[in-house]
Design a protein around this ligand. Structure first.
Ligand code: AMP
Ligand code: GLY
Length: 438
């Protein structure tokens, strides 16, 4: 990448209203040359961010977002969540001449269709578990009987992280298949992807997430992150969107990360290009580090949440310019993105009942002083007309800290959590157990 600074965007719209978007808006506001950031719709945290303005437009309202971009003369749109990307928001905004960081609907199929993504990986020679697509319940059950072992069952479409069953028994796998065909996950039946689910060979190993910023040709890799998907301590209980994360995950050193670039990301980009897809945004590779090397568990077309909250504080003030360069297809000429060598730790405070039905509307009390290397990002929160901030979702807050080592970083996060409270607040105390000595 070139070392000469190219002008970054001054006015940015961030689409979304979760912890990820709070962190993105915060990081972009620290970037060189950024004057204002709008968030649509934002949350109770983005309201308090200096320089950040709220737009009461839903992330799925393409007309409303386009109108807002024109009115505010934004130079760059950063789309946070997968649903608007899969629905073609980036295509729509690009067609109107806007610079958008986020793939079009074609590229978003990496996440929106497991079958499509698996086929692409197969074509590209990207290491991933063997899989068998099925378009009907009988076909899926038959495949299962033929294999005679509990395969992993994955609904084909977007399922908010809940469409996967890693079955221990054949009976459990059968039940998961029936559940998908009972319509629980909105799988894309009979769509051109040709599958409602995929059955997959089970693989073993620790999991790690790698995020690459791309303009469809070049790639910038961020430090690898590890997420904690289960609700319970000791990684037990039901899956969630993620209860905490840390980065850089030592599981993948510089050599390992290079291997992921060479064996996973570059061939995937090339396969996308062969399909005529100009992918501009984040490729999120969920990897399992098996005895044979990294194997792709899933691709997502967006930043992970809470990995994004964990990573943003590590990124330098070139971020906005780099995202714009991705959006404009000129990443090769962009200035290098500086990355802090510190350890970053993130813990999510969730509402009572999460990931099931949660209690909402509780007042959030924060007595935390703003500090260098400590950030409080909001996720499921809103600011009410009475001026109070209340819970409005399952994952409510993300507390993030950076330090020279993970013990100190997590110590700061957990100390910070003592200064935040709302009725029924829950969090895991063992986030980062893999990298903590106490
Ligand atoms: P996904 O939504 O595809 O990331 O899957 C959710 C979780 O299921 C992953 O984080 C893994 O822990 C697990 N999983 C997915 N695919 C496999 C597989 N082939 N073998 C073992 N575990 C898997
Ligand atoms: N933290 C996992 C995800 O965002 O999918």
């Amino acid at each position: 990448m070139a070392s000469v600074a190219t002008p970054g965007p001054a006015r940015i719209l961030v689409v979304g209203g979760g912890g990820r978007e709070n962190a993105l808006a915060w990081a972009l506001l620290r970037s060189h040359g950024v004057e204002a950031v709008w968030v649509a719709p934002g949350n109770g945290g983005t309201v308090d961010l200096p320089g950040c303005r709220q737009l009461a437009v839903a992330e799925t309202d393409a007309d409303g977002l386009l109108e807002a971009c024109r009115r505010q003369a934004v130079d760059l749109v950063v789309v946070g969540p997968e649903a608007p990307l899969a629905a073609g928001l980036a295509d729509r905004l690009r067609a109107a001449g806007l610079a958008v960081f986020g793939p079009g609907a074609d590229g978003a199929r990496l996440e929106a269709s497991k079958h499509w993504a698996k086929t692409l990986m197969q074509d590209a020679g990207v290491p991933t578990a063997r899989h068998w697509p099925a378009a009907s319940e009988s076909e899926a059950l038959e495949l299962l009987e033929t294999h005679g072992r509990p395969l992993v069952v994955k609904a084909d479409g977007l399922a908010a992280g809940k469409g996967v069953t890693v079955a221990d028994t054949i009976e459990e796998a059968r039940a998961a298949i029936r559940e998908i065909f009972a319509g629980r996950f909105g799988a894309d039946f009979g769509a051109d992807a040709g599958a409602a689910l995929v059955l997959e060979e089970r693989t073993e190993g620790p999991e790690v997430s790698v995020f690459a910023l791309t303009d469809g040709r070049d790639l910038v890799l961020l430090p690898p992150a590890q997420d904690h998907k289960r609700i319970g301590e000791g990684d037990t209980g039901p899956n969630t969107g993620g209860m905490g994360a840390y980065a850089p995950a030592p599981l993948l050193d510089a050599t390992g990360l290079e291997e992921v670039r060479r064996r996973v990301l570059e061939p995937t980009l090339e396969a996308l290009r062969r399909r005529g897809i100009d992918y501009r945004g984040v490729i999120y590779a969920g990897l399992m580090l098996t005895a044979e090397g990294p194997s792709v568990i899933e691709f997502n077309c967006r930043f992970g949440d809470p990995e994004c909250e964990t990573l943003m504080p590590l990124l330098g003030p070139e971020l906005a310019a780099v995202l714009l360069a991705c959006a404009e297809g000129r990443l090769a000429e962009a200035q290098a993105l500086s990355v802090s060598p510190l350890c970053s730790a993130c813990v999510i405070a969730a509402a009572e009942g999460y990931p099931g039905s949660v209690r909402l509307g509780d007042v959030i009390h924060v007595s935390l002083e703003s500090q260098e290397r400590l950030q409080l990002f909001h996720a499921g929160s809103r600011r009410d007309p009475d001026g109070l901030c209340r819970t409005s979702g399952g994952r409510v807050l993300a507390l993030v800290a950076q330090a020279e080592d993970f013990d100190t970083a997590f110590q700061r996060v957990y100390a910070g959590l003592e200064q935040v409270r709302f009725e029924g607040m829950t969090f895991r105390r063992d986030i980062g157990h893999q990298v903590r000595s106490r």
